[in-house]
Design a protein around this ligand. Structure first.
Ligand SMILES: *Cc1c(COP(=O)(O)O)cnc(C)c1O
Length: 407
């Protein structure tokens, strides 16, 4: 059997600057030490890699030697990204994927057998739920969707067949926050793997593996790349054992990242902390401004003391991020006017980029859910999602102000 790993068994990634802080690791990815002194990790745009001789090829396939065989299995540019993000999350190793959904699919398929049951945050990213309900259900996978911020609901949902607990926190777009340490405890008691979608927070703001999670995944399309020019994903496992369960599935599913994608993500990643610091400072100002606006009925931002889990957020996250959800008093119709009225914020799905984006979950990202499921997940018809970018905050406020005047 092929090991399907690019790394010989037992060798953990070691950072070139093992004691370095977060920002230093962002700027100096693991592949430092290029023979020509290249400051950036080169793009190894090659589908296949030559073996020195037959014995070398055999050793690579047997996983006895570290090296590269074929880019779907592993590639130096992709590996630099995998090792860097694994280091940022404090995990054993990374598995880069073609998209965030590719990461979700690989994790589900590796960890769920026919007849297995999983529990998920109800307001999880729409296609993350659709993948189970519309596709894996055909293979006998069962799933329950609960408000994972309520630990009693998680406990009630456990069945003998439960193998996986899947949490998105803060959740999209309801901004509900789940206590990861507490859910990790429940998962351990029942022999379940805890998977956390850390897309909304990024490893800069939250490190689920340190709180007891087993697997972390990201849509790197969002904060990690941050420039709205790449779709990609990554999985980080806490242990070598989980790496060896999930990586072969990714390789056989064929949802690998491409070297050029990995290069762009490594470039975007360098400014992750700077981008987040700037965007979250602006988000706090925008959220406060919205909260006092007469046409806004409520604002949900984890940085506001009015957020129901603000204390938990302070314990669990290092900052508040830049995602805001809010509802206008005029409901859906008012929300549509606002989205058509903004001139600076771009009306588009996605989030976590340098540019401010606005969207309407009920008619766009979460339109695939039934009305009842949306209500249960806290996604009201008038909810507007606003992803704050790094523009001048005065311009963002002026833009919202002129658009709200027309509402
Ligand atoms: C966007 C997103 C995904 C899916 O990622 P893609 O890169 O679009 O495939 C998964 N989870 C969350 C929270 C997301 O925002």
């Amino acid at each position: 059997m092929l090991s399907h790993d690019t790394r010989a068994a037992g060798t953990e990634p070691t950072h070139t600057h093992p004691t370095a802080g977060f920002n230093t690791r962002l700027v100096h990815p693991q592949a430092d030490g290029d023979p020509y002194g290249a400051v950036n990790v080169p793009i190894y745009q090659s589908s296949t890699f030559a073996f020195r001789n037959a014995a070398h090829g055999a050793a690579l396939f047997a996983g006895q030697e570290d090296g590269y065989i074929y880019t779907r299995i592993g590639n130096p540019t992709i590996r630099a990204l995998e090792d860097t993000v694994a280091g940022l999350e404090g995990g054993y190793g990374g598995i880069a994927t073609s998209s965030g959904l590719g990461a979700v699919a690989a994790v589900y398929m590796a960890l769920l057998d026919a007849g297995a049951h999983m529990i998920s945050t109800a307001s999880v990213y729409g296609p993350t739920r659709g993948l189970v309900e519309q596709h894996l259900a055909r293979f006998g996978v069962q799933s329950s969707y609960v408000d994972t911020s309520d630990l009693a609901r998680v406990r009630e949902a456990i069945r003998p067949a439960t193998r996986l607990i899947y949490v998105e926190t803060p959740s999209n777009p309801a901004m509900q926050v789940t206590d990861l340490r507490a859910v990790a405890e429940i998962a351990r008691e029942h022999g379940c793997v805890l998977v956390v979608d850390n897309t909304f927070a990024s490893p800069y703001l939250q490190r689920p593996l340190e709180l007891g999670a087993d697997v972390v995944l990201h849509s790197v399309t969002k904060f990690i790349n941050g420039h709205a020019d790449v779709v990609g994903g990554i999985i980080v496992t806490r242990t070598e054992e989980l790496q060896r369960r999930i990586r072969p599935l990714m390789v056989n599913l064929g949802c690998n990242m491409d070297p050029h994608q990995a290069f762009l993500v490594l470039r975007g990643l360098k400014t992750l902390a700077l981008r987040i610091e700037r965007a979250q400072a602006s988000a706090m100002q925008v959220a406060r401004w919205l909260e006092t606006h007469p046409k806004v009925s409520w604002v949900r931002y984890v940085g506001l003391p009015s957020h129901p889990q603000h204390d938990l957020v302070r314990r669990q996250m290092r900052g508040f991020g830049s995602m805001i959800s809010f509802e206008l008093k005029g409901g859906l119709e008012a929300g549509v006017r606002l989205m058509d009225g903004v001139r600076l914020a771009t009306l588009a799905v996605s989030l976590g980029g340098v540019e401010t984006l606005i969207e309407h979950p009920a008619s766009m990202t979460h339109a695939g859910m039934s009305c009842e499921d949306r209500v249960a997940a806290g996604i009201t018809d008038g909810l507007v999602r606003y992803s704050v970018g790094i523009e001048d905050v005065e311009d963002l406020l002026a833009d919202l102000d002129q658009a709200l005047q027309a509402v």
